[in-house]
Ligand binder design. Structure first.
Ligand SMILES: *[C@@H]1O[C@H](CO)[C@@H](O)[C@H](O)[C@H]1NC(C)=O
Ligand SMILES: *[C@@H]1O[C@H](CO)[C@@H](O)[C@H](O)[C@H]1NC(C)=O
Length: 428
């Protein structure tokens, strides 16, 4: 993909930084820099820009084998010379070389071969240190996550029996958390608040499908927040704080996915929600061409495309003809420029797709924390969610109110308030 769309994708999809799927057009700017600098050289004793995700000590150096180098090494180590040479390598060759190496290193898809790390040079510091110091380009931004962004990170649901299994899953991404940190996390994501997820799964599954422990659903939500949601919220708040434009940030939570049938067909029946990358699939038709999309998916795709095109064109996802009911407001309605960043600001999050439809949800810091926000009267226990058509008879407003209550159950401000104190241990 060309330079412009690549940069646009980077702005829109920081959380979607991926080196995984060969045909995934989304490559972030950070990753490009790190990835190709890594491949530039054959002898890399001094090269520590690229850290491996599975190497917590940081001692493994990046030294790709012969077929995966680009021949841009310089005996003098002159960065300018290397850069000059790299600029002459065609994009296809860059991508093929990087993917070839990634796939050999971590078969089958090359996932997590390259992750950015602080080298004091290309990346001068951890991201949260940089954005809290205002060291970022001030541009309007649309920021978001998928509702089940951490579900695949949590691994197979059948592997969960107890709370200890949540720890094992988290350790794969965050090795530095202490027992106290885990205690706090588990208290913020108690099993009792995931009854609904278990209940929905059981209502949906076929007799032969595996039983899934509540701890899987907890792990998936914790990982979503640790890896995606909380840093997005924190960075978004910094952007808003430093901008004169009250609508400099907008947030979304996508709760629908085109790949659900594929995952179900592959036996991963617990993956019924909007998994990581679902937003990219609607924007780029990565997984299915448009003519293969269901009507419901086409609607979400059209909506997202229109919002992003409007945003790219005018800095506002709401186009001229936007219906008021589903218009997408600024993320931080109560924040004013220059305010010291509130740790728990009120949020407007655009809920996109899923059973409750699309529209804005207003989340105040205390809404989610009230005891038992999963109240039986809000949910028909006899007729749990199976698919969105069931709720088709509900009016749009009523549905969206239900969606808002569901989002409140995520207790974003409270949970992220804690998770964001772990930034250093999380390496971000
Ligand atoms: C640079 O590349 C050439 C040709 O691929 C190779 O012979 C040489 O050893 C490399 N030099 C360094 C410093 O890696
Ligand atoms: C997301 O979708 C699932 C069904 O896939 C539903 O149970 C849940 O309530 C939805 N949550 C939100 C916030 O829309």
């Amino acid at each position: 993909m060309g330079r412009v769309s690549c940069c646009a994708a980077a702005l829109w999809a920081l959380a979607s930084c991926t080196s995984a799927v060969p045909n995934d057009p989304v490559v972030t700017v950070d990753e490009l820099g790190v990835r190709y600098r890594g491949l530039a050289r054959e002898s890399v004793e001094d090269f520590n820009s690229v850290k491996f995700a599975d190497d917590t000590s940081g001692s493994r150096r990046f030294a790709p084998p012969q077929p995966y180098t680009l021949g841009c090494n310089s005996s003098s180590g002159d960065e300018e010379e290397i850069l000059h040479c790299l600029r002459d390598v065609p994009m296809d060759k860059l991508t093929e070389t990087a993917m070839g190496y990634a796939m050999e290193n971590h078969p089958p898809a090359g996932l997590f071969t390259f992750i950015p790390s602080v080298d004091d040079d290309f990346l001068p510091d951890r991201q949260s240190v940089l954005y809290k110091a205002g060291r970022f380009a001030q541009v309007p931004i649309v920021y978001g996550w998928t509702h089940d962004d951490g579900a695949t990170n949590a691994g197979p649901a059948t592997g969960y029996q107890s709370e200890a299994d949540i720890k094992t899953a988290i350790r794969g991404f965050a090795h530095a958390l202490t027992d106290d940190d885990y205690a706090e996390l588990f208290a913020l994501y108690p099993a009792s608040e995931f009854d609904e997820e278990v209940h929905n799964y059981e209502a949906r599954k076929a007799a032969a499908d595996p039983t899934v422990s509540v701890h899987y659903f907890r792990a998936a939500r914790i990982l979503r927040d640790l890896l995606f949601t909380c840093s997005s919220l924190e960075f978004a708040a910094e952007i808003r704080k430093r901008s004169d434009d009250p609508s400099s940030v907008r947030l979304y939570d996508l709760n629908q996915s085109t790949v659900t049938p594929l995952l179900q067909g592959a036996g991963m029946v617990w993956l019924s929600g909007a998994v990581h990358g679902s937003d990219m699939d609607y924007l780029y038709n990565n997984m299915f061409p448009r003519e293969k999309l269901s009507e419901a998916d086409l609607e979400v795709s059209d909506r997202m495309l229109a919002a992003f095109i409007n945003f790219a064109y005018a800095g506002d996802p709401n186009g001229d003809g936007a219906e008021a009911a589903s218009s997408w407001p600024e993320a931080f309605p109560s924040m004013v420029n220059g305010a010291s960043s509130q740790s728990k600001p009120a949020l407007n999050v655009q809920l996109i797709g899923g059973p409750w439809g699309t529209g804005s949800c207003h989340l105040t810091p205390d809404t989610g924390s009230r005891e038992g926000s999963f109240a039986p009267e809000q949910m028909d226990m006899q007729h749990p969610m199976v698919d969105s058509t069931k709720y088709g008879e509900m009016g749009g407003n009523e549905r969206l109110q239900h969606g808002q209550r569901e989002l409140e159950r995520d207790r974003l401000q409270e949970r992220c308030g804690f998770i964001n104190t772990l930034a250093e241990k999380l390496g971000r």
